[in-house]
Design a protein around this ligand. Structure first.
Ligand SMILES: [Zn+2]
Length: 344
C-alpha cells in the first residue's frame, strides 16, 4: 500500500522531474565535482522500515527510500565504494559521484532496500555487526522494543543512574528509549548486556529476534555484487573498551564476515563513528593493520582526495522528498565537521 501511494505521488509530479533533474545535475556539477578536485558523496543509512514507526522517528521508510534512490540514480553517478575510492585517489572520479552505505546489518536492508537497489541497478556497501547476526539484537533495539510494550506508569531508572520517569504514550516511550540508549553507548560491554537483560524483562512479551540479517543474508548480499564491510563484533564504542578488546572486536568481526563472503571485507565503519569521541588514532591503526582499505565515520561531509581514507566523512539522510533530498545532499556535503544527529 505504502509503495503504491509512493508510486502514485511520483506519477502526479512526473512532469516536474526533467526540470528538477536538470537543476539538480547542474548543482551537483559544482557541489560534487570530479577529477583532481573530486568530492565523493557517501550516503549513510541504517534501517529501512516497511512503514513509519513512532518508536523510530529517525528511520526512513520504504517509499521515501525508493524516492531517494530514484533521485540519486537520476542526478548522481552511483559507484561501488571500492571503485569510487580508487578513482578519488587517482583523480579520475566522475563528477556527481556518490556511494550508498548501510550500517549495522538490519534484515530490512535485505528485505526492503536490496530489491529497490537492484531494480535501479545501484551498488551499495553494508557494514555488518557480526555478533548479532541471526536472532541477535543491537542493544538499542532491545531498549526500544522493551519500552514499546512496557506497562504504562512510573518507571524506576535510578538503577541506571537516570531519573525516574513515567511511561505513557508512544512519544514518551520513544523519548525514554533514546535517553537510555544515549546512557548505554559508553558503558562497559558486560554492563550494557546486563542492562539490556533487565530492560528486556520490563515487557512481559518476548522481544523480536528477526531484526538482524542472518549469516545467509550476508552471503546473499555478497553474491548479489554488493560490498560487505566491517562494523565490529558487538557494536562497541571503541574508545569505551581496552585496546585489546578493540582489536578483538575489529579483527574478529572481519574474520567472521570473511567466512561468509567470497573475499575478506575491504571497508570498515566505526560504531557511532564520531572522530576522537568514538574512535581515535590507535583504532585507525588497528583497522588498517586488520587489512581494511578504508573506514567511514559519522562526521558529515563529502570525502575529498586529500582526506585520510580511514576517516571518511559521510552524508546523513533525511526524510524529505526527492528534489530537496538531492539539493540537501549537495549543501550539507559542503558542511564539514558536523555529525549526524542520530549517529550509530
Ligand atoms: Zn552502527
Amino acid at each position: 500500500m505504502a509503495l503504491h501511494l509512493s508510486h502514485a505521488r511520483r506519477q502526479r509530479s512526473s512532469d516536474l522531474y526533467p526540470v528538477q533533474t536538470w537543476l539538480a545535475r547542474l548543482l551537483a556539477r559544482f557541489g560534487a565535482p570530479g577529477a583532481a578536485r573530486g568530492r565523493l558523496t557517501i550516503l549513510m543509512y541504517h534501517r529501512v522500515l516497511a512503514v513509519a514507526d513512532p518508536m523510530r522517528p529517525h528511520d526512513i521508510t520504504a517509499p521515501t527510500f525508493d524516492e531517494q534512490m530514484g533521485a540519486l540514480a537520476r542526478v548522481f553517478n552511483v559507484l561501488p565504494l571500492s571503485e569510487a575510492l580508487t578513482r578519488l585517489a587517482a583523480g579520475t572520479l566522475p563528477e556527481r559521484s556518490a556511494c550508498i552505505t548501510f550500517d549495522d546489518g538490519y534484515r530490512d536492508n535485505v528485505a526492503i532496500a536490496l530489491p529497490i537497489l537492484q531494480r535501479l541497478r545501484l551498488p551499495a556497501t553494508f557494514y555488518v555487526t557480526s555478533g548479532v547476526l541471526g536472532d541477535g539484537r543491537m542493544f538499542n533495539d532491545t531498549v526500544i522494543e522493551a519500552l514499546r510494550e512496557a506497562p504504562a506508569g512510573p518507571l524506576d531508572l535510578t538503577w541506571l543512574g537516570l531519573p525516574p520517569t513515567i511511561v505513557s504514550d508512544m512519544a514518551s516511550r520513544a523519548a525514554i528509549a533514546q535517553r537510555v540508549i544515549a546512557h548505554l553507548k559508553y558503558v562497559a560491554l558486560p554492563v550494557r548486556d546486563e542492562v539490556c537483560a533487565r530492560m528486556a524483562r520490563l515487557d512481559g512479551h518476548a522481544l523480536p529476534t528477526d531484526l538482524m540479517m542472518t549469516p545467509e543474508h550476508v552471503t546473499l548480499i555478497d553474491r548479489a555484487g554488493m560490498e560487505i564491510g566491517g562494523h565490529t563484533t558487538d557494536h562497541v564504542m571503541l574508545t569505551a573498551v581496552s585496546m585489546n578488546e578493540a582489536r578483538r572486536q575489529i579483527e574478529g568481526n572481519r574474520r567472521d564476515l570473511a567466512a561468509l563472503t567470497a573475499s575478506p571485507p575491504r571497508h570498515f565503519a566505526y560504531p557511532n563513528g564520531r572522530p576522537e569521541m568514538d574512535f581515535d588514532d590507535d583504532h585507525v591503526r588497528i583497522v588498517r593493520e586488520a587489512g581494511y582499505q578504508s573506514a567511514v565515520t559519522t562526521a558529515w561531509g563529502q570525502a575529498m582526495r586529500d582526506d585520510d581514507v580511514f576517516r571518511l566523512s559521510r552524508c546523513g539522510t533525511f526524510d524529505v522528498g526527492p528534489g530537496r533530498f538531492a539539493t540537501r545532499l549537495l549543501l550539507h556535503g559542503r558542511a564539514r565537521d558536523r555529525h549526524a544527529p542520530m549517529a550509530d
